[in-house]
Design a protein. Structure first.
Length: 291
């Protein structure tokens, strides 16, 4: 029996990531690990050796070669070429400065001033915003705005470091006429909070690797109940993204081991502003209550 012909290799990063997402459920466990790593660490894949990629994926180098061939490449080197062209665009003075400060700390430097630290944090934020601007998938963003526009009830779910983002978006959406439900998970009562969800409601779920199990569980339940999901996450291969009608992918910079929230906050503020524009909201300043 003749085997099926190997599909042609993708010609861009975006095409490869789309191919991985399309084939993901049918991949073996090892190939899934590699696919997830490739999707989340495109810049590193462009400069790492096959041994380094294999080590990060906890597989043998032969599995990385098998992964590349599965998607139509002759081997790892040919696949790696896709990721090299974009590397120069990702390098900026601020990112370089951030790397110098991080290197100083890791080498045991004791003479960093507070100004050095704040400049590193700001520089990391600027670099992250520049990358977000160039990588934002506009169709996914437009789809999210459209879902919010058409929804009568919007649910929001996030925990841990993402909780601040969902809290802000809850506050912003309360300036519309939509019913807004923020699942806070206080007292571990998130399942009870979800009981009012109805088919056709929209849920905005925010989570980044390692994905919060509480958020994963709520998204799965909301999806089973017929909700439409907007996912803000870092990978199209995340468990939530695979259940979502649209996913906005956001990667944050990390400075001194602390991941920023700069990009994610910019995305949700932009979501609300775009929605407000569609709704033609009029600005009404908050007035103090009369005694």
């Amino acid at each position: 029996m003749n085997s099926l012909p190997t599909p042609p290799a993708p010609e861009s990063e975006e095409a490869l990531i789309a191919a991985i997402a399309h084939a993901f459920e049918g991949l073996s466990r090892q190939l899934k690990q590699i696919g997830t790593y490739v999707e989340q660490h495109r810049g590193q894949v462009g400069i790492q050796s096959i041994q380094q990629v294999a080590e990060h994926c906890e597989v043998q180098p032969s599995a990385v070669v098998r992964f590349a061939k599965h998607f139509g490449f002759s081997g790892f080197t040919e696949m790696q070429k896709l990721f090299r062209d974009g590397l120069a665009r990702q390098i900026s003075p601020s990112r370089d400065y951030q790397s110098r400060i991080r290197g100083a700390i890791e080498s045991g430097a004791k003479d960093l001033s507070s100004a050095d630290i704040v400049h590193a944090v700001i520089g990391g934020g600027i670099a992250g915003m520049e990358e977000l601007q160039s990588s934002l998938q506009e169709p996914a963003f437009e789809a999210a705005v459209d879902l919010l526009f058409r929804a009568d009830t919007v649910w929001l779910m996030a925990t841990r470091r993402s909780f601040a983002i969902s809290t802000y978006l809850t506050y912003a959406l309360q300036h519309t006429e939509k019913r807004v439900q923020h699942i806070t998970a206080m007292g571990n009562m998130q399942d009870g909070q979800l009981r009012g969800l109805r088919p056709g409601d929209v849920m905005v779920a925010i989570s980044f690797a390692p994905y919060a199990p509480e958020t994963e569980s709520i998204v799965a339940e909301a999806h089973a109940r017929g909700a439409r999901i907007i996912c803000i996450t870092d990978s199209s291969l995340s468990p939530m993204a695979r259940l979502a009608q649209t996913s906005i992918l956001v990667n944050e910079t990390s400075v001194f081991g602390f991941r920023a929230l700069t990009n994610t906050m910019a995305v949700v503020q932009s979501l609300f502003m775009a929605l407000a524009y569609r709704l033609e909201l009029q600005y009404e300043p908050t007035r103090p209550r009369q005694p």
